[in-house]
Design a protein around this ligand. Structure first.
Ligand SMILES: C[S@@+](CC[C@H](N)C(=O)[O-])C[C@H]1O[C@@H](n2cnc3c(N)ncnc32)[C@H](O)[C@@H]1O
Length: 322
């Protein structure tokens, strides 16, 4: 399993620690949650995240979507213009961005691209720039680097380019980190050309994550750094506002069998990753621990296959219309 996701999460956390300082993170969690968040113990976070990647098909399902479904979506954008405006919000180290840009080039080989990158982490931006410098055939793309959060970018954009419109905007596994996901979607959607598209990927509301977060929202979703938002939440918002979109479910799974063996080190790391709590099985009150373990094993979250417990790690993709 490639380590793209591990790298950017790891680097994102390091960036936060560098940019805002560990004491502030600790403060956030002390005031907002009875547990210590896993991000406070970076080596443990990284270990559990790597394990998650080994045990899940997270990467594979995104790659499949980009290669099999995205090309048809990209075919419909651009209105025959010779230069497309593309924007990645929360682009990380750019690996997925470049894959999507490659698909765009295949569909529109004669088009030039102005690509705005919105990414608050210095480290991620650096990695993205290195990737660009070592990737062939990107001459048709002009990269604009914006080291800022989505909300900082919104202010910046309104001052700098109020009338400019975009052909394709994407925010992949990023809306967890903004304080108001719906307002963020509304703003970026307002930048689209009439045939533009906004692509959002998050965990699916129908996934085991969705069930876990709905059931234990009060106990597990109480942090300032990341929110338990799913595509289900964004769909509710879009439906309420009457905003048209297409929805795709990306099937993904994760083997969590060891979580149910008391004292198993792999199981404990996976449980920490699922709950985002350091040493959850040691630190959680017995009733919460039992509740979480029962739910993880319940058919709402998992199925049993050849004696293994397979967690539903499905992702949701929303393609939002202007
Ligand atoms: C889980 S990573 C996803 C990276 C990339 N989209 C991908 O799929 O490979 C989330 C990214 O969002 C960025 N991020 C965090 N808070 C953000 C914010 N408020 N606005 C924009 N990006 C943010 C992080 O620095 C990180 O690179």
């Amino acid at each position: 399993m490639p380590s793209r996701y591990a790298c950017f999460i790891a680097n994102f956390i390091v960036s936060i620690i560098i940019e805002i300082g560990l004491p502030r993170i600790t403060y956030y969690f002390l005031i907002s949650s009875p547990f210590r968040s896993l991000v406070e113990d970076y080596p443990r976070y990284l270990k559990s995240f790597e394990l998650f990647l080994e045990r899940s098909s997270e990467h594979q399902c995104m790659q499949d979507f980009i290669h099999n479904t995205l090309p048809d979506i990209l075919a419909s954008i651009g209105g025959g213009r010779s230069v497309f405006n593309v924007m990645g919000v929360g682009s990380g180290a750019g690996e997925i961005d470049l894959e999507m840009l490659a698909q765009l080039h295949l569909k529109h080989p004669h088009v030039k691209v102005d690509n705005e990158v919105v990414e608050p982490s210095n480290d991620m931006l650096h990695k993205y720039k290195v990737r660009v410098s070592t990737t062939p055939d990107l001459d048709h793309i002009n990269f604009e680097w914006n080291k800022m959060t989505a909300s900082e970018f919104e202010k910046h954009w309104q001052q700098k380019n109020p009338g400019e419109k975009m052909d394709f905007i994407h925010m992949i596994q990023m809306l967890y980190y903004v304080t108001d996901p719906e307002a963020t979607v509304s703003f970026f959607r307002s930048l689209l050309h009439k045939d533009g598209k906004l692509l959002i990927i998050l965990v699916s509301g129908e996934s085991g994550w969705g069930k876990l977060w709905t059931t234990f929202k009060k106990q597990l979703c109480n942090t300032e750094i990341s929110q338990c938002v799913t595509t289900g939440d964004i769909k509710t918002f879009l439906d309420t506002e009457g905003i048209p979109y297409r929805n795709y479910e990306l099937l993904s799974q994760m083997d969590i069998t060891e979580c149910f063996t008391e004292g198993d080190q792999v199981g404990e790391l996976l449980l920490d990753f699922l709950t985002e709590v350091i040493k959850f099985s040691k630190n959680a009150p017995e009733d919460l621990k039992k509740g979480v373990l029962d739910l993880l094993r319940h058919p709402d979250c998992s199925k049993e296959v050849n004696g293994r417990i397979i967690f539903n790690n499905n992702l949701g993709v929303l393609v939002v219309e202007p």
